[in-house]
Write a protein that binds this ligand. Structure first.
Ligand code: NAD
Ligand code: UDX
Length: 452
């Protein structure tokens, strides 16, 4: 099939490469000239495992191309995917300006029947807005081409995006048209390896499904973060509790890991947008308000532990003279994405309290520099930052932190203090090895009680 994908970001680029991999002819369009020029030369603007190889192979085999020429891309394609950003506006609602701009561009250049697919995460009712934007352009050109708008939300996770796209748990297709549903089914057929995982529904339900899925996952995380905080105060172990509840098949083990709060480009903005959507129709999402509040508080837990352990409570800057080494800057492993990363809050709080901060991350240093500049120091060697530091704080669960050289950590740190926001190690073994090990929610690992 002939496809164009608007937006060469995390979603658009992965979708374009995966559709090309299954034999389609895919043109990727972006307004960012530098990004497109780089992609033409095989320079991938993001870190996503496996993406580079996929892009380069499909490009060299002639199925995948990159352009800023919107007109040529629209004319050459039957299906246009919209995969541009929908960032939060000032009031938390999804900003649709990029999505609607693409709708207008398609309306300006289409020369016959088109299928326009919303892959961006957009609020219920957006397909109607896209339809109106396209129609307005057709009207102003005085032409009457037919088109259908489909909602096809994307559920991939960064760091595992290729696998998620190639072997999806499900593909949701929202359409009001049988012919379009058949074409979309044909497009996704190669990704249905073992059995059909396509779910066809009406457009508004498809739009809602994406927000409901992310809100549900965010809710599990905030719930577990509160259980972990309570475990600390009650001398219970959240890791055991997770096993105990996850074994119930109705609950399951996934997305029950406590941590420094959820981050990334999706959960925070999508929870906010759903709250806002409800607001607009006079309904209050009480549960999601709490999910968000818990998450905001959780982002402060690690820095608070450091303050409790190292801070001089009488001083203006309680951490003055202290050096804190941080492992992990990106919001999760296997990505360089820093959007809404908990590290942003944690490091700002350490700095505000006078600490010197050194950070390691395998991929996200370039992105992190955009926020912290020279206010912190960086290394791509996880041990280099430890020398003489008063504590190590683990923020992101990169795999290289799971089984590190503990003897080296012990030798390099000034004090053998580890505050672990991802519960990577066994508390009893750490204690035996001589560390002061402070995980989350595990048998009295809370330093100060009380609070929310
Ligand atoms: P991104 O910021 O990485 O990429 C968006 C791209 O769109 C940018 O390269 C930008 O230059 C381009 N763009 C903007 N206006 C354009 C236009 N008029 N024409 C062509 N290109 C244009 O965004 P992303 O993370 O890929 O997210 C895209 C959408 O997918 C969002 O709605 C997001 O919520 C959703 N989503 C993201 C993820 C994820 O993990 N990142 C997962 C599922 C869904
Ligand atoms: C998420 C959704 O999982 C994906 O389906 C959707 O398409 C986009 O948003 P992503 O943001 O890439 O994907 O990462 P995800 O693995 O979901 O993690 C999000 C955040 O939750 C991270 O900050 C992560 O550290 C945190 N998290 C996740 C936890 O704190 N505990 C968990 O158990 C799982």
């Amino acid at each position: 099939m002939k496809i164009c994908v608007f937006g060469a970001g995390y979603v658009g680029l992965v979708a374009a490469a995966c559709f090309a991999e299954s034999g389609n002819n895919v043109i990727t369009v972006d307004v960012d000239q530098a990004k497109i020029e780089g992609l033409k030369q095989g320079i991938i603007p993001i870190y996503e495992p496996g993406l580079k190889e996929l892009v380069i192979r499909n490009q060299s085999e002639g199925r995948l191309s990159f352009t800023t020429d919107i007109e040529a891309a629209v004319k050459a394609s039957l299906i246009s995917f919209i995969a541009v950003g929908t960032p939060p506006g000032e009031d938390g609602s999804a900003d649709l300006q990029y999505v609607l701009a693409v709708g207008r561009s398609i309306g300006q250049h289409m020369q016959g029947y088109k299928i326009i697919v919303d892959k961006s995460t957009v609020p219920v009712g957006t397909a109607d807005k896209v339809r109106a934007a396209v129609q307005a352009e057709l009207d102003s050109r005085g032409v009457g081409f037919e088109f259908d708008v489909v909602s096809n939300p994307e559920f991939l996770k960064e760091g595992a995006a290729i696998d998620d796209f190639m072997k999806p748990d499900r593909v949701v297709i929202g359409t009001d048209n049988v012919r379009t549903a058949e074409i979309m089914k044909e497009l996704y057929e190669p990704f249905m390896r073992k059995h059909n995982r396509m779910i066809i529904m009406d457009i508004r339900s498809a739009e809602m499904t994406k927000y409901a899925a992310n809100a549900m996952l965010a809710t599990r995380i905030s719930f577990m973060n509160q259980i972990a905080n309570l475990c600390e105060r009650m001398n219970a172990d959240v890791a055991a509790v997770r096993e105990g509840i996850g074994s119930d098949s109705r609950i399951g083990y996934d997305f029950l890991f406590p941590g420094p709060g959820y981050g990334g480009s999706c959960f925070p903005k999508d929870v906010k947008a759903l709250i806002r959507t409800a607001d607009e129709c006079g309904y209050e999402m009480l549960l999601l308000n709490a999910v968000e509040e818990v998450n905001e508080l959780q982002k402060h837990v690690l820095a608070r532990k450091v303050l409790d352990l190292l801070g001089d409570s009488g001083a203006d800057k309680p951490l003055a003279g202290k050096t804190v080494a941080c492992w992990g800057l990106s919001f999760k492993p296997r990505t360089d994405d820093m959007r809404e990363a908990p590290s942003l809050t944690i490091i700002e709080e350490l700095l505000a309290n006078g600490a010197q901060v050194r950070a390691h991350d395998p991929e996200a240093i370039k992105e992190a520099r955009k926020t912290f500049g020279d206010r912190i120091s960086y290394s791509t060697n996880q041990y280099e930052i430890l020398s003489g530091a008063d504590a190590l704080v683990i923020i992101t669960d990169w795999s290289e932190y799971r089984n590190p050289d503990f003897e080296r950590i012990m030798a390099d740190l000034k004090e053998p203090l580890i505050v672990d926001g991802r519960n990577l190690y066994k508390p009893d073994r750490m204690q035996l090895a001589g560390f002061r090990y402070i995980p989350l929610g595990r048998n009295g690992s809370g330093i100060s009680a009380g609070g929310k």
